[in-house]
Design a protein around this ligand. Structure first.
Ligand SMILES: C[S@@+](CC[C@H](N)C(=O)[O-])C[C@H]1O[C@@H](n2cnc3c(N)ncnc32)[C@H](O)[C@@H]1O
Length: 189
């Protein structure tokens, strides 16, 4: 898990430029939001979503402790609202799926909502912008989510998107994996 995140972060540090607009679709405890806030710099903007008050509060506190609250728009909303609340021109979006660490495992991302959020986010990306998903498949619901996402991503036009998957070959079939979807052109909608 830690290694998956490290690799994605290296990619994101390369992709995101100061002043960019990015999305954290699952703010959780705020670690990814903070990382994204550092990447976009003082002139950039992070749009961060989580349905749980506890997650939004944790994220707000972490950002405030690092004096980065002013570059983040925090929404206690489902990421299905991304299409309504986020403007065009997004460089990168991070989806760290699953449940809030240290909290209820019943509040968890799901296939239909994640798919809708990913689909809406693709429409907001600039050319060469990308979505990075960390996907879990440790139980039936997350396996269903993983299978739904894979089927969706595999059907995306290769003219419009580069779709890559990375997984551990030595950590078993239920280990987390990553999926990146990079947009080739800016005119897809
Ligand atoms: C694995 S955690 C995210 C970890 C986080 N990125 C961090 O750095 O701490 C997944 C989060 O997704 C949130 N979540 C579940 N369904 C959601 C939805 N429909 N929209 C937005 N967030 C959702 C959960 O509340 C949980 O906090």
């Amino acid at each position: 898990m830690e290694n998956t995140q490290t690799m994605l972060k290296m990619y994101l540090q390369h992709l995101i430029q100061p002043g960019d607009q990015v999305i954290d679709a699952t703010a959780g405890r705020g670690k990814d939001t903070l990382f994204l806030a550092e990447c976009v710099g003082p002139e950039g903007r992070v749009f961060a979503f989580d349905i749980q008050e506890e997650a939004i509060q944790s994220t707000r506190e972490l950002l405030a402790a690092h004096k980065m609250l002013d570059r983040v728009a925090l929404f206690q909303e489902s990421h299905t609202e991304i299409g309504r609340l986020v403007p065009q021109g997004i460089r990168a979006a991070v989806f760290n799926l699953g449940y809030l660490p240290g909290s209820s495992q019943t509040i968890i991302t799901g296939p239909e909502t994640t798919l809708r959020a990913v689909n809406d986010t693709l429409k907001l990306l600039v050319a060469k912008g990308a979505i990075m998903l960390t996907v879990y498949r440790g139980h039936s619901r997350s396996l269903e989510e993983a299978n739904t996402l894979n089927a969706y991503a595999a059907e995306l036009s290769k003219k419009d998107f580069h779709v890559l998957q990375g997984m551990y070959l030595n950590q078993g079939e239920t280990s987390p994996y990553w999926l990146t979807i990079q947009k080739n052109r800016g005119d897809h909608s």
